[in-house]
Design a protein around this ligand. Structure first.
Ligand SMILES: [Zn+2]
Length: 337
């Protein structure tokens, strides 16, 4: 039975891969494929032990993706360049590919940038401007790091807030598995980001012993922007999900304040917003439309020439869905079915 199931899965993946490959080869109108990455981490990197698998791509896979996209005739292009050429009615390649990286991870500089440079491929990194040049990191990583490394002391008053979010089958004598920790993160998403950050600041156990820097700093931004290879878009000031913000002022700071922060990057800044977690609200969308020229969503798909600039579709890639040519093309094929 298991053989049958895995055989069937193989056939479905193969069919989707062929479909994706053919659609890309035969596209007749100027179409844009946006690929999305988060963390680029080599196989043995220690951060892999406490990161959500859906966030990680190996450097070799990134290089393969670039070469595979070129092999189907896709032309790498800066995202904002594709959009402005389209607005001006200038000719565009039949198939373009724009690379985007969300959150501004330091590993983008360490492991992705050398590949972008050697392959001469432009990219846009969506920055969380409040975290640049700091040792702060997003709350999911703080929680993941803690619950996968330590046994949770249920009697500790400062950890009481976390207990309702632990999985039912968790053993109080062992750290959580990565799958269980992933479940905790998903459950915590019911709360406002600011609420979770408040809990974390009252939980000294979750401080890391050695301050590790996870997010890009100014020197790295400058190096990446050299030769105009990397440009930077907006991903809020604190990565607050827009549908979990109670205050109108906080919402404005996250959207408009982030664009103001980007201003210091001068020519390498692009007025494109990227919704954290893909969460969109009417008030947030209105602010984005007033202050930006385009916005990336987490909706899957490619962008035909008529796609609304504020509803750009992307393919979120990670080792699990694009670790081989067949998986990459199947992921694209499924997204454009
Ligand atoms: Zn993000």
């Amino acid at each position: 039975m298991a053989y049958l199931r895995s055989g069937l899965k193989y056939c479905v993946l193969a069919a989707l891969a062929v479909y994706g490959w053919i659609r890309m080869r035969l596209t007749s109108r100027p179409t844009l494929i946006i690929l999305t990455y988060h963390r680029i981490l080599p196989d043995q990197h220690p951060d892999r032990h406490f990161e959500q698998p859906g966030m990680i791509t190996a450097p070799e896979a990134l290089r393969d993706h670039i070469r595979l996209m070129r092999s189907v005739g896709a032309t790498p292009i800066h995202l904002n360049e594709w959009l402005s050429k389209r607005t001006r009615g200038e000719p565009l390649p039949k198939l373009s590919v724009a690379l985007t990286f969300d959150d501004g991870w330091r590993d983008n500089y360490q492991y992705a940038f050398p590949i972008l440079a050697s392959e001469n491929v432009p990219a846009t990194v969506f920055l969380v401007t409040g975290l640049l040049d700091t040792h702060r990191v997003f709350w999911p990583e703080q929680v993941l790091r803690f619950v996968t490394a330590r046994v949770i002391d249920e009697s500790a008053p400062e950890l009481r807030w976390l207990l309702p979010f632990l999985p039912a089958e968790y053993s109080p004598r062992a750290p959580l598995t990565l799958t269980q920790a992933d479940e905790v993160i998903n459950r915590l998403k019911a709360l406002e980001d600011e609420t979770i950050l408040g809990y974390l600041s009252d939980t000294p156990q979750m401080e890391t012993d050695e301050p590790v820097r996870y997010i890009l700093n100014s020197a790295e931004l400058e190096a990446m922007a050299h030769n105009d290879l990397v440009r930077f878009g907006a991903h809020t000031q604190n990565h607050f999900r827009l549908n979990r913000i109670g205050s109108a002022l906080t919402l404005r700071n996250e959207i408009v304040g982030c664009l103001r922060d980007l201003g210091r990057l001068e020519r390498s800044a692009v007025p494109i917003f990227c919704y954290p977690n893909g969460d969109i609200t009417a008030a947030g969308e209105q602010l984005v439309k007033e202050h930006y020229e385009a916005a990336c969503t987490t909706k899957t798909g490619w962008n035909p020439p008529g796609r609304d600039a504020f509803d750009l579709r992307r393919f979120n890639l990670h080792d699990g869905n694009s670790g081989s040519p067949r998986k990459l093309f199947a992921t694209i094929g499924r997204g454009i079915l």
